[in-house]
Ligand binder design. Structure first.
Ligand code: ATP
Ligand code: MG
Length: 326
């Protein structure tokens, strides 16, 4: 995909705060159009900085970025006209009701009064705010506030919507409502870039995920690809008798080619299983022929949690947000 086709394309972005913290250190990202793309990373990994740079709210020191086909540094107005960004709470008027805010913003983006009103009703319905429509936004709960923000930010029908941790601190029901709203938007053709610290959120919503660590992307792909990168499928078996553990471990080693991990207490043995079913049947056969009795055996894909941990902890321990010596 070329840089102009992608909804977002960033290459070698660097951003340094006050000569001390290298918040972005060679940030590369390509977000195809029409999907939810998840930017996942631990605290301080540079998610918000990346989002700010891509949405013209902060300047990057080096690199290039294009959003919705325009160069972020050279054509910031063009970019701004095509993106939506939540988190700018100041935009919503606390004294006005949800409906009044939506009608006002609708008129601001050029809708006629009648259309602004009917579109406001549609959005209130879609975001589960119909009941609270006529209450002042200042009295909304955190979750309602997040949803009215989102509704306002999509009024100009942005090509690209950027959401920085849209569901942090929300209860499960409000989270689900946010998720449906985001899915609905993408069905309508919007590209969504969303940062999150919740793995299940990335797993549920995002068709592609980039893992950020120390200001650069250390892994990128679908949730399945990331799980695979983090070690792929595992065969796990529990032997009935503890004295069979060494023998069973040898069997797994000879079939799978990797010496397994052993949890003595649980009598559990696990190892990578590249060929899934073939590994499973071969291990079972070999165990049977050696007379090892098995209590449980399974092939398991790592969870995204495990993948994320192994990616962010092991692989790049040294590339944590660098603090330059001053
Ligand atoms: N305005 C600032 N001035 C100085 N340092 C900053 C500033 N903003 C962020 N940083 C630093 O830059 C690094 C990246 O921060 P950033 O906020 O982008 O991370 P994040 O991934 O969004 O973290 P979180 O998950 O906590 O939101 C951190 O080390 C942070 O302390
Ligand atoms: Mg942040």
């Amino acid at each position: 995909m070329s840089a102009t086709d992608a909804a977002i394309h960033a290459s070698g972005l660097a951003k340094n705060y006050g000569g001390k913290v290298q918040a972005l250190a060679g940030f590369d990202l390509t977000v195809p159009r029409g999907i939810v793309f998840g930017l996942l990373g631990p605290n301080g990994s540079g998610k918000t900085t990346a989002v700010k740079c891509l949405t013209t709210l902060a300047r990057y020191d080096r690199g290039t970025a294009r959003v919705a086909g325009f160069d972020v540094a050279a054509e910031p107005e063009q970019v701004r006209a095509r993106i939506g960004l939540t988190g700018q709470y100041a935009a919503v008027d606390e004294l006005l009701s949800g409906r009044e805010n939506l009608v006002m913003f609708g008129k601001l983006v050029g809708f006629r009064s009648r259309y602004a009103k009917s579109f406001a009703d549609e959005l209130l319905e879609r975001f589960g705010l119909a009941e609270a429509a006529d209450r002042p936004v200042g009295h909304y709960s955190g979750g309602m506030r997040r949803r009215i923000d989102l509704a306002v930010s999509i009024l100009p029908a942005p090509e690209v919507l950027v959401l920085d941790e849209p569901t942090t601190g929300l209860d499960p029901q409000s989270r689900n409502q946010m998720w449906s709203a985001v899915r609905e938007l993408v069905r309508g053709g919007t590209t969504v870039l969303l940062t999150t610290q919740y793995l299940d959120e990335a797993d549920q919503l995002a068709s592609r995920i980039a893992v950020l660590k120390g200001g650069r992307v250390i892994a990128e792909g679908t949730a399945d690809e990331l799980k695979h990168q983090a070690g792929g499928d595992q065969i796990t078996l529990v032997v009935r008798d503890a004295e069979d553990i060494p023998l069973a471990a040898d069997v797994v080693d000879s079939v799978g080619g990797t010496y397994p991990q052993i949890e003595q207490e649980e009598r559990r043995i696990s190892a990578p299983a590249a060929d899934r079913i073939a590994t499973l049947t071969n291990v079972l056969r070999a165990l049977e022929s050696r007379g090892v009795r098995v209590e449980d055996i399974a092939i398991r894909r790592p969870t995204l949690d495990e993948a994320f941990l192994s990616l962010t902890e092991n692989r790049t321990r040294s590339s944590d947000s660098e603090v330059l010596s001053s």
